[in-house]
Design a protein around this ligand. Structure first.
Ligand SMILES: Nc1ncnc2c1ncn2[C@@H]1O[C@H](COP(=O)(O)OP(=O)(O)OP(=O)(O)O)[C@@H](O)[C@H]1O
Ligand SMILES: [Mg+2]
Length: 490
């Protein structure tokens, strides 16, 4: 028992305390109050219901600390009401039991306005909610995993990127499964090393990941290890999808290559057109005067034969010049129906007398019924020129070159095959041959732009191209073109 003096001091201490302190019964009836509430006398409060007096409610408050004490018999610290929170939902936030044996006889409720544990907990909770929201809605995929690779966090963008639902990811995905084999290990090795942004950090690392279907997705990865007392406890990765950026880069590169080629072709075309014009006049002169000599002079048959040969050869020169002009015609992209067989023959006509073609047997299996293909003929000429030249170069000037055309079943596409008996294309370089600047030729001999141009032309015509090759047996380029493409260039 305390002495009267002690009791007196305790009461004075409560006064000095200047905070609301009330004692209520388990039925929320105020037994004693020290609060100066709304200028009501403390002495008028006993007997009233606390929730009515303090909060103007008809029923006990939600989240009531007193209620908690009644239920559990232990002190209760409720979260502090936040600024702007709904007054209806407010309640006392700290309460302590006055026990009589095991029973709660009464409850002391005290409210502090200094930061209390409850307030700090609430702030922490709010920060956690904010962080969670930030992570869940981040524009990059965010994945956090524990030491074993088990997924702890998998945000919304990660679900879009990888195709797993959050539940699937949390319950059945290990981080190793989202990388191609061995890559997860490599990522962890780099994370632990000092070299890639400091220990425990990995900055802007280009890597492929696998979605649920096993498709590869190029990613820019930023990652970090989470340490607790120098112990690795988890790691977190931010996955930035690079597909769109890479596509844009490829398109840019494509355009650059097309421009480069167009420039090369344009200057070649100008040169050819210039030379052709220069040749046309003397060729007309030779033809005219040869004919005159043949008509005006009574020549012996040997001389006539020789002059006829001159005429024949001049005609061939004029045809060449005509084809050259046609080939190098400086037209804007014009999509018109053209005879593909004729384009092939024209290219062969220009090439077959070159020394490179002297020992190449040319076999034409061109479908005479082939319908016209709506196309930009200048581009188609370049296409054949590049493929046929490649074939002749690959065969090193000897072998067989077969050109086949035909209409595909369905009647709306033509198929063109250009086959050589050269050394073939090794399997490992076959996927690269259409890449710009890819060449196996010596420096100065090839730019590696030929097939990338071909690829661009076929694409512009809404068609497909692929190469089939067997080492030692030659290569076949197969092109399919729609008769009526609905693509750009029209
Ligand atoms: N018919 C073929 N047989 C074997 N290899 C070929 C054939 N056609 C192309 N290639 C390979 O593909 C590569 C790329 O060809 P592409 O036409 O793009 O460039 P290039 O011929 O090397 O150079 P450029 O065409 O600018 O002179 C060639 O270097 C060669 O290795
Ligand atoms: Mg080439």
């Amino acid at each position: 028992m305390r002495s009267e003096k002690e009791v007196e001091y305790l009461l004075k201490a409560v006064d000095a305390f200047q905070k609301r302190l009330i004692v209520v019964s388990p039925k929320f009836k105020i037994l004693v109050a020290h609060c100066n509430f709304n200028s009501i006398n403390d002495s008028d409060l006993p007997g009233k219901l606390c929730y009515q007096i303090f909060y103007g409610r008809d029923t006990p408050c939600e989240n009531c600390a007193v209620q908690q004490v009644i239920e559990h018999g232990r002190p209760s610290l409720r979260p502090q009401p936040m600024e702007g929170s709904d007054l209806e939902k407010m309640s006392c936030f700290s309460a302590y039991p006055i026990l009589s044996g095991q029973k709660v006889e009464a409850i002391v409720s005290m409210d502090f306005d200094l930061p209390t544990r409850g307030e700090i907990e609430q702030q922490l909770q709010n920060t956690n909610i904010l962080l969670r929201k930030l992570i869940l809605n981040a524009v990059d995929g965010v994945i956090a995993v524990d030491k074993t690779g088990k997924v702890l966090i998998f945000n919304n963008t990660a679900t879009e990127l990888f195709g797993y639902t959050i539940e699937e990811a949390l319950n059945s995905v290990n981080i190793r499964e989202i990388y191609p084999e061995g890559v997860a290990y490599e990522v962890m090795r780099k994370l632990r090393s000092e070299e890639y942004g400091g220990r425990g950090k990995l900055r802007s690392y280009q890597v492929d990941v696998l979605d649920k279907q096993g498709n590869r997705i190029p990613i820019d990865l930023n990652a970090a290890i989470v340490y607790d007392n120098d112990q690795e406890v988890a790691s977190i990765g931010f996955f930035h999808d690079m597909r769109e950026i890479l596509e844009m880069k490829a398109e840019l590169e494509d355009t650059r290559v097309q421009l480069l080629q167009a420039e090369k072709m344009a200057s070649l075309g100008k040169l050819a057109a210039g030379v052709a014009h220069q040749l046309n006049n003397p060729l007309s002169g030779i033809t005219l005067f040869t004919k005159l000599v043949l008509e005006d002079y009574d020549l012996e048959s040997g001389a006539r034969k020789d002059l006829s040969r001159v005429l024949r050869d001049v005609k061939r020169c004029r045809d060449t010049v005509k084809e050259l002009l046609e080939f190098a015609r400086q037209t804007r992209h014009l999509m018109q129906p053209h005879d593909i067989n004729r384009a092939i023959s024209r290219t062969l006509f220009l090439l077959e007398n070159q020394s490179l073609f002297q020992n190449i047997r040319i076999e034409k299996e061109l479908d005479p019924e082939l319908p016209a293909v709506k196309s930009d003929i200048q581009q188609i000429n370049h296409l054949f020129m590049n493929i046929i030249l490649n074939a002749a170069q690959a065969m090193d000037g000897k072998g067989r070159l077969t050109l086949r055309t035909g209409l595909l079943p369905g009647g709306d596409r033509v198929r063109i095959e250009i086959a050589d008996t050269g050394p073939g294309i090794p399997e490992d370089i076959l996927p690269k041959i259409f890449d710009p600047f890819f060449t196996t030729k010596e420096e100065g001999e090839g730019t590696g732009l030929g097939l990338s141009l071909v690829y661009g032309i076929v694409k512009d015509h809404g068609g497909l191209i692929r190469a089939e090759s067997q080492a030692g047996k030659g290569t076949t380029f197969i092109i399919e073109l729609p008769l009526n493409p609905t693509v750009k260039g029209e």
